[in-house]
Design a protein around this ligand. Structure first.
Ligand code: AQP
Length: 343
């Protein structure tokens, strides 16, 4: 006998999103976009543009809609197919905000106080941060659970937020006596691109908000910019080792080998086997050629999609309609479980 509540028994579904808060970089591409395109062939897939998350820090209203189209273009250029995956803007589906409110009342302050991303993003000016930045992971739980998604492809930086989603789902199921109502979603973080680090500092993650453009490779960088950034990436004078243990002690080298492995779809061991004993004078040009050959066509396709914004809008509107339809019955059930008035 076990006292575990019954597990969720509904269908599997993938959900994830990216914020339209700046140019996408290699970390977003390897940690998220590539996985989305792969998973659409395996499960029912919902991918949104996280514009409600983006406004947790200031966004220029005159630019936000275009930034949303840019993320949609990046999705399409990375291989997401609107005939397979549902692609939509978060703010076009009110269920996210409605469910987030209920979850704000389920999540505990102590849980949110532990979120390291809030601490990093609010920095020294916590009291001047938006309340939205603080409750961001609660909205994230609503994004996922409005669709009863079971699998969430994200970079490793998002693992803690996924844990919070699981805690919220379990507490909701318990408090409202609805065992198995929400799934406890699994993060899909595996793979060599799960944590791409800054090209200037192997201990900081590659990020849109890093003030140095040399810290990241943007999806829209041309071949010259990509090569130059890799040439200038911080390294050390030693040749590459022949084992992962020795590599792990050298964060910048480890990062570049990880990027090489992820872009060529091999393991880090295999990448090391190719370059062990060789210096960065040999490795960096090989990495630059590889990065240009993979990212060049992505940037080109993005520009192609962006040349037809009306088509992007059609895809987003169609996706939003499907997303609304999918989330509606779950929201209705939540309203009833909570005990809200219904005519
Ligand atoms: N460096 C990274 N390595 C691997 N995956 C990453 N992701 C972000 N950075 C890396 C993954 O990309 C997805 C979308 O991220 P987001 O835009 O929604 O938010 P973020 O994690 O805040 O991205 P940034 O680039 O770091 O933005 P800023 O600088 O604004 O904080 C997520 O799946 C994330 O894991």
């Amino acid at each position: 006998m076990t006292d575990q509540p019954p597990a969720y028994s509904g269908p599997t579904r993938v959900l994830s999103g990216v914020q339209p808060s700046g140019a996408l970089h290699l970390g977003n591409y390897l940690g998220a976009l590539v996985k989305f395109a792969r998973l659409q062939h395996e499960m029912d897939t919902f991918i949104f543009v996280a514009d409600m998350h983006a406004i947790t820090v200031w966004q220029d209203p005159a630019k936000l809609a275009d930034q949303t189209r840019e993320i949609a273009a990046a999705y399409l250029a990375s291989g997401l197919d609107p005939a397979k995956a549902t692609i939509f803007p978060q703010s076009a589906v009110t269920a996210h905000a409605e469910l987030a409110w209920v979850f704000n009342c389920v999540a505990r302050l102590g849980w949110l106080d532990r979120m390291t991303q809030f601490k990093e993003k609010s920095g020294k000016h916590k009291e001047r941060s938006s309340v939205g930045l603080y409750t961001y992971p609660v909205l994230q739980a609503a994004d996922i659970l409005a669709y009863k998604a079971t699998h969430v492809p994200v970079g490793e930086d998002q693992k803690q937020h996924l844990e919070l989603t699981r805690d919220i789902a379990a507490k909701f199921n318990h408090d409202f006596e609805a065992p198995g109502f929400f799934p406890l979603p699994e993060p899909l973080t595996q793979g060599p691109g799960a944590r791409v680090m800054s090209l200037r500092d192997g201990s900081a993650k590659m990020s849109k908000s890093d003030p140095s453009d040399y810290s990241r490779i943007n999806l829209t960088d041309d071949a010259d910019a990509i090569s130059q950034k890799i040439r200038k990436a911080k390294t050390d004078p030693e040749p590459l080792p022949d084992n992962l243990e020795a590599l792990a002690a050298r964060p910048e080298a480890d990062n570049l080998v990880g990027i090489y492995a992820a872009l060529s779809n091999v393991t880090k061991e295999a990448a090391l086997a190719e370059f062990a004993g060789k210096g960065f004078g040999t490795f960096k040009p090989a990495l630059a050629d590889l990065a240009v050959s993979v990212l060049g066509p992505v940037g080109e396709q993005m520009r192609g999609f962006l040349a037809d914004p009306a088509e992007i809008d059609r895809i987003l509107a169609k996706g939003a309609a499907k997303a609304r339809e999918t989330a509606a019955p779950t929201l209705e059930d939540v309203m009833k479980l909570v005990g809200f008035w219904r005519a």
